[in-house]
Design a binder for this molecule. Structure first.
Ligand code: SF4
Length: 218
């Protein structure tokens, strides 16, 4: 499927310490000509646009040969910018695969921010399994704490994406920064299991196959 990539803003006003996108000079751009029915928004912080609601509605009203357009915000949305009104507009205007992040610690406050985000999105109409929560690994939040975050999201049926921290984002290789190599690998595997369990309603046939193999070889 062919997809058009557009950019309606650049940088992010929030400047998280681990992120290369955060810039103080947040720039906004007008909507370019839409040429395809599937469009990727390559913004770092799309919802931080001053008139985000209006832009979502303008994008949703566009048609190509009378056919609707589907949108995807590749870098995800910032929970701080999400309201029920915005969530409703995203759903109504066909923004697919909504992603958000739980980068901070495992605290009640942080968990409730994530739960609020899920509540807004599901109330708007999104299926939980179509959402995705980024979890930052290999950073200051430890592996045990990240495992608790994973557990909370499992209870809520939300798939995850393991974002491994890198000092140099241009280097494709991940180096152990705040976690060991073993911790990085373990968490990667647990995130995969997490998503399999959610996708298959609690049963991962791959794990069952491995267990059977173990039983037969020991
Ligand atoms: S992690 Fe997200 S909110 Fe933080 S600076 Fe990067 S783009 Fe902005």
């Amino acid at each position: 499927m062919q997809k058009q990539i557009i950019k309606l803003s650049e940088g992010c006003p929030y400047s998280c310490a681990f992120c290369f996108n955060g810039k103080k000079d947040f720039k906004e751009y007008p909507i370019p000509k839409i040429k395809l029915n599937n469009v990727i928004l390559h913004d770092d912080a799309f919802l931080s646009k001053e008139n985000a609601l209006k832009v979502i509605e303008e994008l949703g009203a566009k048609r190509i040969n009378d056919k609707v357009i589907y949108y995807e915000i590749l870098q995800g949305i910032n929970k701080k910018d999400l309201t029920q009104e915005i969530a409703n507009a995203l759903y109504k205007n066909r923004f697919k695969k909504i992603r958000f992040a739980w980068d901070g610690s495992y605290s009640k406050n942080n968990m409730y921010k994530v739960l609020d985000c899920i509540k807004f999105l599901t109330k708007a109409g999104y299926n939980k399994k179509s959402l995705m929560c980024y979890i930052l690994s290999n950073y200051y939040v430890s592996l045990p704490e990240s495992m608790f975050k994973l557990d909370s999201l499992k209870v809520k049926n939300i798939p995850v994406c393991n974002c491994r921290y890198k000092k140099n984002y241009l280097d494709p290789k991940v180096y152990p920064e705040h976690w060991t190599v073993q911790e990085i690998d373990y968490f990667k595997e647990r995130c995969r299991w997490h998503n399999q369990l959610i996708k298959f309603d609690g049963f991962d046939s791959e794990i069952a196959k491995r267990l059977l193999h173990l039983r037969n070889t020991t």
